[in-house]
Structures are given as structure tokens and as C-alpha cells.
Design a protein around this ligand. Structure first.
Ligand code: NZQ
Ligand code: ZN
Length: 383
């Protein structure tokens, strides 16, 4: 096993922790406050942030979209430069935090075309620090390096990664989740579940620590995801918020050949049809697992036994049962698992493949053996 792991994000978790902001951002710092379509103004989170930052010079930019747009982020960067901002504070879900991590490089870059520069990993040496207040558990964007950004002009949704942009701190107050509707709650819990599977259902490897912790996270989400939907209780909120963070903060994937094919196919589907991120994943993943069952057999059997308690002794049958249980879990959480579940949308495989080719994502999976032909087969199976 070989790995490197560095996660400098200072996590501050618990109810009432937004009040800690003055301990996390030095007094007098010019803060650039970034947020989404207005949920934080309706649920009191904006007021809590402003109360905590009383006396700080603050400029703000609202209107970051779900699946954040490159063009909007460039407009925010221009404002942050004009205002002489020194610290970017993202308040929202994964979209706002992803936007903030991309924005911080867009503020200081000299490149004429930041998308092209960052696509080729040419990030500026100096960027502003980013902090965040998370309002929706799902992506773990609050403590990872990834920004998934959509360009309207390019018709692309692409995952950029800049280690320097990992948030300096993440305030995670589960009570902010009280205003999330059922759709967002289920999206979040299931997105986190797929993040674990993309790092777990791969090659066996000698990584019992990572695989063992992945199983804890999967069992936790299977138990607490439905509870969260049922009553959005404080216990369910804090459990799912913490599990979602652990699912993609780097720990369980360290030293592992990761998959991410479901995510890349899903990003293409969101770019083409505007479907919520999590809903594209549940559409693809069961079919992808069936398609790759024999390659993933060893880990699928382990998953069947340790996560779902399946005792079937025939390994292929056990793997099939585990995939079926996964599909049922997605369906029970209210997400689509077949193209027919999408109302009024027809997913065209050729367009998905075209997106993947333009994103240079044509060798997917832990073995790099999922290309255009395989993607078409997988989407046919999901029809
Ligand atoms: O925009 P506002 O008004 O804030 O409303 C949001 C948005 O409409 C709303 N919301 C968030 N917190 C709320 C709330 N509504 C009421 N009460 C609250 N407390 O929920 C809607 C969805 O928010 P969004 O941030 O888009 O959701 P999510 O956290 O699922 O983020 C999705 C984005 O993250 C990317 C996805 O591709 C997508 O663009 N991902 C980022 C990853 C990463 N950084 O590692 C990995 C993921 O796999 C994913 O690809
Ligand atoms: Zn995801």
C-alpha cells in the first residue's frame, strides 16, 4: 500500500457553531461572502453569519446556482477583486462550496481563460483562503479539494481539483438542515453512499482499515438515511452530516485504486439534462455494477456479506443480491434507478459519450477499461 494524506481543514461540528466564525477568521479581514439562491436568507443562517461577523468588512455575492456555473463564478471573482477581498466564506451546500474553491483561484489568476488553465492544472501560486459553513450534507466539499463546475458555453460539467483550495475550516451545524426538503435530504444521503462505493467496490488490495471504515459508513447511511427522511431528527441530521463528510474527505480512498465512473457518467447526464447530481448516480450505478460484476466480484462479495448480511454461498449470486439490495435502497430513498423513472427526459447515450470525450474521460473505472462502447452498454442496461 502507498498513500499520501493531508487534510488541513479545521472541522468545527455541532449546533450553534456558526458563532465560532470570529475565532476562525482573523479580526478585520475583508470577507467575501458567497451563497446560493437564497435558502440561507429564509432559514436564518445568513443572519447567524452576519451576527457572528459583526464589525468585519464584508462584501457579498448571492446567486450561485446548483451545479454552479463558470460564468457566474467569473462575475463573482471580478467583484471580489474590485472589493479587495482577503478571505472567501462560502455558506451553502456543495455547489456554493465548490464554487468558492474554484473562485479563489479565479480571483488571483493572470490567465486569460481560467477554465482552460485550471483544466491543465495551471493554478495561481497565491490564492485567498476559503472557509465554509455547510448547510447540506452530501458532497464533503467542505473538506476536500474538488470543485465540480459547469460551463454553459462549453456544455461541460467537470471536476477540478486544487489541493491548495481545500477549506481552511468547515463549520458543520446539523441544525441548518432543518429547512432541507425530502428531495435534498435523500439526494445528500445517497450521494454520500455512492461516494463510499466508488472507493470501495474496486480492487481488493491490502487495505483492511479503509475497507472496514467504508463498511461502517455504508451501514450507517443505510440505517440513518431512511430515518433522516422519516423525521429529519437532530440525531439523524448529525449522523448523516458526519458520515457524508467522512465519505469523501480523503481518508477511505487513501491508498485505493478508485472508480468514479458512475460520477463521470452522471456529470455528463446533469450537464445534458439538468438532473440533480445524486439522481444521475442512482440511474447509472446499479447497471454499471451489473456490467462490471465479474471484475468487481471479490469486493462485491465482501460488500454483500459485511454490509447487507447476505449469506448466499455462491459468490456470483451473492454479488447479484448485493446489487439488487443497493438498487432497492436507492429506490426506497426516492431516487430513480431506470431511465423510465425520469419524467419527460430521454437520456441519449451518444450525447453522454460526446460529453465524456470532450471532458477527456474515456478510460474510466479502477482499471481504466470503461470507454464509450461500455458506457453505451451500461446506459442501455439502465433503460
Ligand atoms: O442555492 P440555495 O438557495 O442555497 O439552495 C440549495 C440548492 O437549491 C438548497 N439548500 C442547500 N442547503 C439548504 C438548502 N435548502 C434549504 N435549506 C438548506 N439548509 O439545496 C439545493 C441543492 O444544493 P447544492 O449545493 O447544489 O447540493 P449538493 O450539496 O448536493 O451539491 C451538488 C453539487 O456538488 C457537486 C455536484 O456535482 C453538484 O454540482 N459535487 C461535488 C463534489 C465534491 N466537491 O467533492 C463531489 C460530488 O460527487 C459532486 O459531484
Ligand atoms: Zn457525488
Amino acid at each position: 500500500m502507498k498513500l499520501e494524506l493531508k487534510n488541513p481543514t479545521h472541522v468545527v461540528f455541532g449546533e450553534g457553531k456558526i458563532a465560532r466564525l470570529p475565532r476562525l477568521i482573523p479580526a478585520g479581514t475583508k470577507v467575501f461572502l458567497l451563497y446560493g439562491g437564497g435558502s440561507i436568507k429564509r432559514n436564518g443562517v445568513y443572519d447567524q453569519v452576519m451576527a457572528a461577523l459583526q464589525g468585519y468588512p464584508i462584501s457579498e455575492f448571492g446567486g450561485i446556482e446548483a451545479n454552479p456555473h463558470y460564468e457566474t463564478i467569473l462575475a463573482a471573482a471580478a467583484q471580489a477583486r474590485r472589493d479587495g477581498s482577503e478571505y472567501v466564506l462560502a455558506v451553502g451546500g456543495g455547489s456554493v462550496i465548490d464554487a468558492a474553491k474554484f473562485l479563489t483561484s479565479a480571483i488571483t489568476t493572470d490567465e486569460a481563460d481560467p477554465w482552460d488553465a485550471f483544466f491543465h492544472k495551471r493554478y495561481p501560486k497565491h490564492i485567498l483562503p476559503v472557509g465554509c459553513v455547510l448547510t447540506m450534507p452530501a458532497t464533503a466539499s467542505e473538506s476536500n479539494a474538488v470543485s465540480v463546475i459547469s460551463s454553459t458555453e462549453r456544455h461541460l460539467k467537470y471536476p477540478f481539483a486544487n489541493e491548495a483550495a481545500r477549506p481552511a475550516f468547515a463549520i458543520m451545524d446539523p441544525s441548518t438542515m432543518a429547512s432541507l426538503d425530502k428531495r435534498q435530504l435523500s439526494n445528500g444521503a445517497v450521494d454520500a453512499f455512492t461516494h463510499v462505493l466508488e472507493q470501495y467496490l474496486t480492487l481488493p488490495g491490502n487495505t483492511p482499515v479503509q475497507h472496514g471504515y467504508s463498511e461502517v459508513l455504508l451501514r450507517t447511511l443505510i440505517e440513518w438515511g431512511p430515518k433522516l427522511l422519516a423525521d429529519n431528527s437532530p440525531e439523524a441530521r448529525e449522523t448523516v452530516m458526519w458520515a457524508a463528510n467522512q465519505a469523501l474527505n480523503g481518508l477511505i480512498g487513501a491508498g485505493i485504486e478508485q472508480d468514479w465512473s458512475t460520477h463521470y457518467i452522471g456529470h455528463a447526464i446533469t450537464a445534458l439534462y439538468g438532473i440533480d447530481h445524486a439522481r444521475t448516480l442512482t440511474l447509472v450505478m446499479p447497471s454499471l455494477l451489473r456490467f462490471k460484476r465479474d471484475d468487481k466480484l471479490q469486493m462485491l462479495v465482501r460488500y454483500a456479506r459485511n454490509v447487507w448480511g447476505i449469506t448466499e454461498t455462491d459468490e456470483r449470486k451473492a454479488a447479484d443480491l448485493a446489487i439488487e439490495r443497493t438498487e432497492n435502497f436507492f429506490r426506497d430513498m426516492g431516487l430513480p434507478v431506470r431511465a423510465g423513472d425520469l419524467e419527460g427526459i430521454r437520456v441519449v447515450a451518444a450525447d453522454v459519450v460526446d460529453h465524456m470525450e470532450r471532458a477527456e474521460q474515456t478510460k474510466l473505472g479502477e482499471r481504466g477499461d470503461i470507454g464509450p462502447a461500455e458506457v453505451k452498454r451500461i446506459l442501455d442496461m439502465a433503460a
